[in-house]
Design a binder for this molecule. Structure first.
Ligand SMILES: [Zn+2]
Length: 377
């Protein structure tokens, strides 16, 4: 694809890590790379995108999606929930494993406009059979996993394991212990889904180290991060202190406003915001990463902080090269938004309704310097 030179003028840059807090600057992208960020760049000879004070962010990174479409029942085309909703980079969270990663690469990763990385499933079949992928330990083959990871380190950025009854059946914590050993062996973060017992969430938390991630952190089921009195479990606080990251992973069943508000009210913040978007929830209640961020803002976290949780934090944790910041020499991926002050009704995974008084609307997405204009949600 031809990567044109593109000058983005008149936006307000927001990327705290790079030192921008609504600063009016122009961004010049050449050959897909951010060449220059400066006050007023002369537009002679460049294609120009003129903005009207919109907020310019690093391209969104969504670490929990399911995009192995055509081969798994959850899978959706990554461009539908990626580029076309304002997200430039998505991670597929465990849809493929050692047996089918090559097919996933060939049919999805290599063909999509949206940048796709994989959190490869510890189960060799991935989510091909939807559930109980870890109920039979014969479905875990560490040798095959290591071989696949070693051949695909540009695309595989972590290991995924589901720690709930619908995955492990009667095996309890055992498959998650194996997943942790495998993740250490290949030197990648382990991303663990939490949900219904077994295993106990405390046992999962105690296994994890710096850089590992808990996804579905604010689900509304039992076996969550909070005690019955609303205080945060000791094991969760300790895991956070060790550097374990906590990710939203909204999904059809895994985000509850009351859980989120109580946890955030107790000072327990999510580190990463992701959607767990797939075929059955992209038309609601999840819709997009921008809508999920709007919900987190409504739960008590400001836009400035929400932005890092979908850009620099995941980019750092998963060692994504030259992504997640507005910086010269970085990849020319941008998400350009405005805050719409029109009230909107939003629903969580448990049908609780909140009324947000502002909404993130994505106006443009820029991927490798290519601009796509979005029409409203
Ligand atoms: Zn998921």
């Amino acid at each position: 694809m031809l990567k044109k030179n593109m000058l983005i003028k008149g936006g307000k840059l927001l990327d705290i890590k790079s030192g921008y807090r609504y600063d009016r600057k122009d961004i010049l992208i050449e050959n897909g790379i951010i060449k220059e960020i400066r006050n007023d760049i002369n537009s002679d000879g460049y294609q120009v995108l003129n903005l009207n004070g919109q907020i310019v962010l690093p391209g969104f990174i969504d670490i929990h999606t399911h995009v192995y479409f055509g081969k798994t029942s959850l899978g959706i085309d990554p461009d539908i929930i990626g580029i076309h909703t304002g997200t430039t980079t998505v991670f597929d969270a465990g849809s493929s494993g050692a047996d089918n990663f090559d097919d996933f690469y060939k049919n999805v990763i290599s063909k999509s406009q949206t940048r796709v990385f994989s959190l490869i499933n510890i189960a060799r079949t991935g989510l091909k059979n939807d559930r109980y992928e870890l109920a039979d330990l014969n479905n875990l083959d560490i040798g095959a996993l290591k071989d696949t990871v070693d051949r695909n380190r540009d695309y595989i950025k972590g290991i995924k394991a589901r720690a709930s009854k619908s995955a492990v059946g009667e095996m309890g914590i055992k498959p998650i212990e194996i997943a942790k050993k495998a993740a250490s062996l290949v030197g990648l973060p382990l991303v663990v889904h939490i949900g219904h017992y077994p295993p106990h969430v405390e046992d999962v938390l105690n296994l994890l180290d710096r850089g590992d991630v808990i996804t579905h952190c604010f689900h509304g089921k039992s076996n969550g991060l909070m005690n019955a009195d609303g205080s945060i479990k000791y094991e969760a606080i300790n895991a956070k202190k060790r550097g374990v990251l906590f990710d939203i992973g909204h999904g059809t069943e895994s985000f509850n406003f009351n859980t989120a508000k109580r946890a955030i009210g107790n000072g327990f913040y999510p580190d990463i915001i992701s959607t767990d978007i797939y075929l059955e929830n992209y038309k609601g209640p999840v819709y997009s990463l921008a809508i999920t961020m709007t919900k987190i803002m409504e739960s008590g976290i400001g836009l400035e902080e929400c932005v890092s949780k979908v850009t620099s934090v995941p980019a750092d944790n998963f060692k994504l090269d030259k992504l997640g910041m507005l910086k010269e020499g970085y990849i020319g991926d941008l998400t350009i938004i405005h805050l719409d002050p029109k009230p909107i009704e939003l629903v969580d995974s448990d049908k609780n309704v909140i009324h947000a008084n502002k909404q993130i609307i994505v106006d443009y997405v820029v991927k490798d310097g290519q601009v796509t204009k979005l029409t409203a949600r």
